[in-house]
Structures are given as structure tokens and as C-alpha cells.
Design a protein around this ligand. Structure first.
Ligand code: GRF
Length: 209
């Protein structure tokens, strides 16, 4: 059984996709042990409560320094015996201590085709504003392992989404979530739970059936 922690900051639609995918069997052999948010009022925490999942607010500013914040996060992960940490709309640049402690055991969903439109300052709606400003005809989403840099690390899955005439950032964000994020994040978790994902150098591979 793959035991996961899901870290959130906002609405939690990606968390909901994971919850629903476990319930429907799209994700097998996996249990969400804990949900953690850095925002006390994140609706994602409501979603966790409704699903009966232990949830915590762990805010960076509640700790005297980032090292103590990292300790609080790591203690919570250990308390719930998690094997994999999933960043699902989690807007915290995490301390290196956490990355080292959970090397290649933290994954993130980013709403573009990395390495395009990613890195510091590219999150949420800003990503889609950048895609439209660049005149891209295709965008999408990426699930990748988390390393010390923002939106970096071995790519596990990507899914392309067309940019359409008349798209606003909001319309495009919704399409990328519906057609890509909410599909490839559950798929990546299921593949990891099945032991099908491995890293060779800085490239993630998926074992064929
Ligand atoms: C989504 O665009 C996601 O890709 C990004 O954060 C946004 C909000 O996600 N990482 P959620 O609704 O909180 O899952």
C-alpha cells in the first residue's frame, strides 16, 4: 500500500481528483494518510475533512525559521508514515532539508509543459497568462519529481492541451486542469504505487507492462 501525504495551498481540485481516483479505482493500492496546507483557509482542507482525511495547517510564518518549518513538516510526514509526498497546488519553495530527507519521494503537478513557463514566479493563473502572451498553440501539464530548484527534477508524465482562439487565462487554466492535471497526477501516483517509475540519472522512466 502506497501511503501518501498531499500538500495544498488553494482550492484543492487536484487533491479532489486524487480522492475521487482512489474511490473509483483509477488509483490502486494507495491511501492518503494526511493533507497539509500552508494556508489556514485553503478550501482544500475542507475537502480533506469531508473525505475524513487528517489535515493540518503548517504555515511557514508560524516558525522562527525555515529549518523549524522543515522539521514540522518532516515530523508530520513521519507521524503518518508516508512513502510519497504529493504537491497539489502547493505554493511553498520547500527547504532543502525536506528535499534531501525525501529525495525522489516528492512529486509536483505544474500547469505547463516544463521547461516552458515554469520556475520562480510561474504559478497558478500566471502560467496561463505567460502561455497566451507567448502565443503558444499548445500547452499542458507536467508531473515531475521535486528537487532543490522550483519546477525542476525528473519529469514523470506530461499531457498536451490545445490553446484555442479566444482563450482567456481563466478558460485555459480550467481546460488544462480538466484535460491534463486531474488525469496525469492520479496516473503518476498509480504508476508509482505499482512500482513502475524509476530514475536513471536525471531522467524518469516508466516500466512497460
Ligand atoms: C493549479 O493550476 C495547479 O496546477 C497549480 O495550482 C493550481 C490550483 O490547484 N499547481 P488546486 O485547485 O488547488 O489543486
Amino acid at each position: 500500500m502506497l501511503k501518501i501525504a498531499v500538500c495544498v495551498s488553494g482550492g484543492g481540485t487536484n487533491l479532489q481528483a486524487i480522492i475521487d481516483s482512489i474511490a473509483s479505482g483509477v488509483i490502486k493500492n494507495t491511501e492518503i494518510k494526511v493533507v497539509i496546507s500552508n494556508k489556514k483557509d485553503a478550501y482544500a482542507l475542507e475537502r480533506a475533512k469531508k473525505a475524513g482525511i487528517p489535515s493540518y495547517y503548517i504555515g511557514v510564518k508560524e516558525y522562527e525559521d525555515r529549518d523549524k518549518f522543515a522539521d514540522a513538516m518532516i515530523d508530520t510526514f513521519r507521524k503518518h508514515d508516508v512513502d510519497l509526498i504529493v504537491f497539489a497546488g502547493y505554493l511553498v519553495i520547500i527547504p532543502e532539508k525536506m528535499v534531501k530527507e525525501y529525495k525522489n519521494k516528492i512529486i509536483n503537478i505544474h500547469p505547463s509543459l516544463i521547461p516552458a513557463h515554469c520556475g520562480m514566479g510561474y504559478y497558478g493563473i500566471k502560467v496561463h497568462e505567460s502561455v497566451l502572451a507567448a502565443g503558444n498553440k499548445v500547452t499542458g501539464a507536467t508531473v515531475h519529481f521535486v528537487d532543490e530548484k522550483a519546477d525542476n527534477g525528473p519529469i514523470i508524465l506530461q499531457k498536451a492541451v490545445n490553446v484555442l482562439e479566444g482563450d482567456t487565462p481563466e478558460i485555459l487554466q480550467k481546460r488544462v486542469m480538466e484535460e491534463a492535471e486531474w488525469k496525469i497526477l492520479p496516473e503518476a501516483i498509480d504508476l508509482i504505487g505499482a512500482g513502475k517509475v524509476y530514475i536513471d540519472g536525471n531522467i524518469a522512466h516508466i516500466k512497460e507492462d
